[in-house]
Write a protein that binds this ligand. Structure first.
Ligand code: FDA
Length: 304
């Protein structure tokens, strides 16, 4: 727990980012969790997933942008990503973080950039998922979503099972017919807003997953937790929910064995595939989820 807390605190530190980027660790870290830096790297990764019977959601890395010009550039990169996916006919859609589009500067700015990305995606016949960030961003994320939803039906949301509020948010999404990705949640949250104990987060995940599978619109069940996945498969068998009514999702480079097993068993698998140069925050959250990853990276460093 302490290692997770420290790594998550470090994930928010610009000073630490500058230090980590200069160490020889950084390349090993990047290779472990990120598909590369360029659109071409992303295409290579998606084609490799396609060969293994999987789909992708591509994330042009970036978050917590504090300057309007940078937010505009991020939006432009997302539009180019959508066009690239269309031109290359990749089995992929796009995931976007609203703080990458300036949510911390203004809700209006993030909504305008997102509308532009959704227009480009609609033209390309693509879906866009809005990732969910820290609890301080949830209301503003839902506000942006509510503004976009009447005109844009190619957009979906993410809810985090560690937040107490997610039961209500998931019910609202079910009423609206919104496509939801369910995750456990990756940020440092206080016990006033989130379950502190893992077993409560897991119980909440299973409860919300069952609700979405029964009543939701093509939910994405995003976890690497083998016990939860087994329980969800059993639930779907009992309730006769066909495997084409939902999909499993996992992160690039994590539990490839389980990804492959699910595909062999006939389930749909989409891999969240991040790429770009802004890898620091994303990668530190992956280390925090499993601090043993720090040793994996160090070991590989000394093997080179
Ligand atoms: P848990 O953390 O309990 O891990 C279960 C098992 O999976 C571990 O025992 C280990 O074997 C393996 N594992 C998990 N993480 C690992 C890692 N980093 N390295 C190696 N092994 C690991 N979060 C968020 O707040 N907002 C979002 O928008 C998203 N989006 C998102 C998309 C997709 C497709 C996925 C899969 C996940 C997210 N997340 C997210 C992250 C999510 O909230 C959560 O932090 C991670 O998925 C880890 O939780 P698990 O459900 O895997 O369970």
């Amino acid at each position: 727990m302490l290692a997770r807390f420290i790594l998550l605190r470090l994930s928010e530190s610009r000073r630490m980012e500058a230090i980590v980027r200069r160490t020889p660790f950084s390349q090993a870290l990047v290779r472990r969790f990120i598909a590369g830096e360029t659109l071409e790297d992303a295409a290579v990764a998606v084609r490799a997933l396609q060969d293994r019977g999987m789909m992708a959601t591509l994330d042009y890395l970036g978050e917590n942008v504090t300057n309007p010009q940078e937010a505009g550039e991020s939006a432009q990169r997302c539009v180019e990503l959508v066009q690239f996916i269309r031109d290359e006919k990749l089995p992929a859609y796009v995931s976007v973080k609203l703080t990458q589009l300036g949510l911390d500067i203004s809700t209006d700015m993030a909504a305008q950039h997102m509308a532009r990305i959704l227009d480009a995606a609609a033209e390309a016949g693509l879906f866009v998922r809005i990732d969910m960030e820290s609890s301080a961003h949830v209301d503003r994320t839902l506000e942006v979503f509510r503004r976009l939803w009447p005109q844009h039906r190619n957009v979906g949301l993410v809810f985090q099972s560690y937040l107490y509020r997610s039961d209500q948010d998931v019910e609202q999404a079910i009423r609206d017919g919104v496509q939801v990705r369910l995750v456990k949640g990756a940020y440092n949250e206080p016990p006033t807003v989130a379950y502190p104990r893992k077993r409560d987060v897991d119980a909440s995940f299973l409860r919300l997953a069952k609700r979405l599978l029964n009543a939701g619109n093509y939910p994405a069940i995003a976890t690497h937790d083998g016990t939860l996945i087994a329980a969800i498969k059993e639930f779907c068998r009992d309730e006769q929910i066909a495997p084409d009514r939902y999909e499993f999702q996992m992160l690039y480079g994590i539990r490839r064995d389980l990804q492959e097993l699910l595909v062999r068993e006939g389930y749909r698998m989409r891999v969240y595939t991040p790429f770009g140069t802004q890898w620091y925050g994303y990668t530190m959250r992956r280390l925090a989820e499993r601090p043993a990853n720090v040793w994996f990276v160090v070991k590989n460093l000394f093997r080179q």
